[in-house]
Design a protein around this ligand. Structure first.
Ligand code: UD1
Ligand code: CA
Length: 453
């Protein structure tokens, strides 16, 4: 049977005290709404509808690369009203799973279980509930004497006795689509918040003498919803813990998980070691047997095997195998290091290609450059790539030797196997195999000290 998902994400999230819509806030490096889309997709659901409203441009932008349908809820009149807006998108004969955009701890296996249970029971509605030690803020599940479903009461509408109930509504449900959209048209706003409560539909199902099933989630943490930034930080910590555990199970050593921050989509291959105070972000891939950290931050980069990165910043760069980076190196976007490259202390690389076995060991700036194989770039070498208006390219061919403290005024090319004398400012091309020196002749004044002191 066809399954469609509807993710409710039109609310403002007032308690975030933010200009951003709540679901756009990031947890473990990823907007919450994208976590949910991933989770739903991993559960095997392809038809995903997202109800947007508050800050919809931002949410739609975040989801631009995802194949989802948007449903507009102009005014946020409640969760029932929100779901009803998706009516025309969904085949009445399908199963619809409803989720909210603010529960990034949910597991796709739980969604699968909910759907399977719902479809086996053939009931019009199934609720995912959870038992919480502190149920404050959630809707409570009220059961009848025989334990069957009676209704859900929101905290604001609950009596003191009802508030003692610890079984809560996760806000995640499965419905027979035709049934839920038919009944959603019948709910009203007679409640403490004056909203159309989606939860009222469940009571209407029960009133038609049909069963509403409840399935309780085992790990209550999964349905934890983010309403403020304190809860966001909590969710973040759990997601990070899960990621570290996953990597360690796959053969990555993490010396101190509590000071290691790895985004959800990062991949690290086995036998790599992550040392403390390291942040690995975005879509970074790290190969086998690397040693990353301590004190390193790597974003959206591609790192080969057997690479050492010590106390360095790497952003949108590609690093080959057997490279050594740092301590205190800065690799900026579009830097591409081939195998066996060394970039040492206080070296900055921007938008440059560095060939195999080349070294930039100390105190250099290399920008907009193409460096061949086996090149040695001496300490303090600077590519002068910017003339105040435009950027220009420096080319250094294979096996060239650049003496210390060289300025390479781009555009300029140093030929294969050429040598540059230390301290030169090179503004013209250097032919292959030649020595180029550009500096004033040294003068020594004999006996100078005795005459002047
Ligand atoms: C809802 C449930 C409550 C449950 C809780 C779980 C209702 C009436 N209550 O309460 O029983 O315990 O979730 O977290 O459903 N949204 C819209 N449009 C709206 C209103 C809300 O899209 O007009 C979206 C929000 O963006 C959010 C989700 O629906 O993602 C839940 O809304 P929220 O206001 O947080 O509901 P709760 O009060 O938490
Ligand atoms: Ca909520």
């Amino acid at each position: 049977m066809k399954i469609s998902a509807v993710v409710l994400a039109a609310g403002k999230g007032v308690r975030m005290c933010s200009e951003l819509p709540k679901v756009a806030h990031k947890a473990a490096g990823k907007p919450m709404i994208l976590h949910i889309i991933d989770i739903v997709r991993q559960a095997g659901i392809e038809d995903i509808n997202v109800v947007v409203g508050h800050g919809r441009e931002v949410v739609q932008q975040l989801l631009a690369q995802e194949k989802v349908n948007f449903v507009l809820q102009e005014q946020q009149l409640g969760t029932g009203h929100a779901l009803l807006q998706a009516d025309k998108n969904i085949d009445p004969d399908s199963t619809v799973i409803v989720l909210t955009g603010d529960t990034p701890l949910l597991r796709s296996s739980t969604i699968r279980e909910l759907i399977n249970f719902h479809q086996q029971q053939k009931s019009p509605g199934t609720i995912l509930s959870a038992e919480l030690s502190n149920p404050a803020g959630y809707g409570r599940v009220i059961r009848q004497a025989d334990q069957s479903f009676s209704r859900i009461v929101e905290e604001k509408d609950a009596t003191e006795a009802e508030r003692q109930i610890r079984e809560i509504n996760s806000g995640i449900y499965c419905f027979q689509a035709g049934k839920v959209f038919e009944l959603l048209k019948k709910i009203n706003t007679n409640n403490a918040q004056g909203e159309y409560y989606l939860t009222d539909v469940l009571e209407l199902i029960k009133d038609t003498k049909q069963t509403v099933n409840i399935i309780k989630v085992e790990d209550a943490q999964e349905i934890y919803g983010v309403n403020d930034r304190i809860q966001l930080a909590y969710v973040e910590s759990i997601l990070r813990k899960r990621k570290n555990l996953e990597l360690m199970r796959e053969g990555v050593t993490i010396m101190d998980p509590s000071s290691t921050f790895i985004d959800k989509d990062v991949r690290v291959k086995k036998d790599s070691i992550i040392l403390p105070y390291t942040i690995i972000e975005g879509s970074t891939l790290i190969g086998e047997n690397c040693q990353i950290g301590p004190y390193s931050r790597i974003s959206n980069s591609h790192i080969g095997d057997n690479v050492i990165i010590d106390s360095s910043r790497v952003n949108e760069a590609r690093i080959g195998n057997q490279c050594s980076i740092g301590p205190f190196a800065y690799l900026r976007p579009q830097s591409e290091l081939h195998d066996n490259v060394k970039v040492g202390d206080f070296a900055e690389i921007k938008k440059s290609i560095i060939g195999e076995h080349s070294k930039i060991p100390h105190l250099s700036y290399v920008g907009d450059a193409i460096i061949g194989k086996g090149v040695n770039v001496g300490a303090g070498t600077i590519t002068c790539n910017y003339d105040g208006r435009n950027k220009h390219q420096t080319i250094i061919e294979d096996q060239a030797f650049i003496g210390s403290n060289t300025n390479l005024v781009a555009p300029v090319k140093v030929g294969e196997n050429a040598t540059i004398g230390a301290g030169s400012t090179i503004a013209h091309d250097v032919p292959p195999d030649s020595l180029s020196v550009e500096r004033a002749k040294q003068k020594n004044f004999q006996n100078w000290a005795n005459k002047n002191r």
